[in-house]
Write a protein that binds this ligand. Sequence first.
Ligand code: URA
Length: 241
Amino acid sequence: MRGLARVLSKMGVASRTEATELVASGRVSVNGRVTRDPGAAIDQGSDQIELDGRPVTGAAPVYLAMHKPAGVLTTAHDPEGRPTVYGLLPRGIPSWIFPVGRLDGPTSGLLLFTNDSVAGQALTDPDVGVPKTYEVKLKGELTQADVEALQKGVRLEDGTLTRPAQCRTMPSKEGTTWIELTIREGKNRQVRRMGRAIGHKVVRLTRTRVGPVELGGLEVGKCRMLTAAEVRAIRALARGK
Ligand code: URA
């Protein structure tokens, strides 16, 4: 048995907060009776849930890739009115979807969206360790020892140690270094903090890959649906969890 709002969000109908509001406002009935209790116990095998008088059968799963521009926030609402990723979603998305993890405001690149909460959780779970690849421009010239430190794991300012990562240098102009860095965890602002840990400020950051999905030639600010093969690969990750 699970609470009603939780069941609605697991079915991809709305976020947990939105589902709580839907229930509290009397738009949801269970077995023909309006219930305003978001925590009402639901047996998904037998209880009939309706929203606005229509049966809730679970929204079709949606998986989307966005090329997030720098300067756009990964949040639903910004109190200061700055642009958010939701403003870039195509019209006609059939249901509520959420970003899988987040990218900082100044970071650009691949951001996935889905309403499949199991897949979303697997993609961000550090125990699953889905690789995420970034192209990173750092101030100054990195030594071989810096690269090896990033590969082995560096101590962040809060004392935590990052897990082993893949790192290779790319052609760079004097005074800066470009690297391609693949990490299997997603601590807050991790790549920027890893740069700081080796004494090199990250001045540009773009995510180019998340697990089986590549940014490829997707234009800045645009979205595309994932291919069937990408969706299969993501579901396999979630099953292997
Ligand atoms: N690491 C960061 O520092 N920022 C991001 O947005 C993603 C990874």
